[in-house]
Design a protein. Structure first.
Length: 103
């Protein structure tokens, strides 16, 4: 396996150990030039969509507290009937819908 040397930070030279110098170890002129540069982060459109979806789900309130409490109680009492065939059918249907959507 080939190991490449670390990528140098813009405006810095590798130290004797092969690692980039820290800003505190550079000259005053280099530190000033580095501080003049600004960092910028750009999120992908998918990230933006996920954030919007999360916000809309949090605001919609489509959550039936009574239904959740009834299910919790049934689990505690051991009365919850689970149909593995129905779960498998719904999982397969969801997967098929995703595949059809991509095609």
């Amino acid at each position: 396996m080939k190991i490449t040397p670390p990528i140098n930070v813009v405006g810095s030279k590798p130290a004797a150990s092969g690692t980039p110098e820290r800003a505190s170890g550079t000259t005053k002129g280099a530190a000033t030039a580095a501080s003049a540069q600004t960092d910028r982060v750009q999120l992908s459109s998918l990230s933006t969509q996920l954030h919007e979806l999360e916000s809309s789900l949090a605001a919609s309130g489509e959550f039936d507290r009574a239904r959740v409490d009834a299910i919790k109680q049934a689990i505690r009492e051991g009365n919850l009937a689970i149909d593995p065939q129905a779960i498998a059918d719904k999982m397969l249907a969801a997967d098929l819908a995703l595949v059809a959507k991509k095609s």
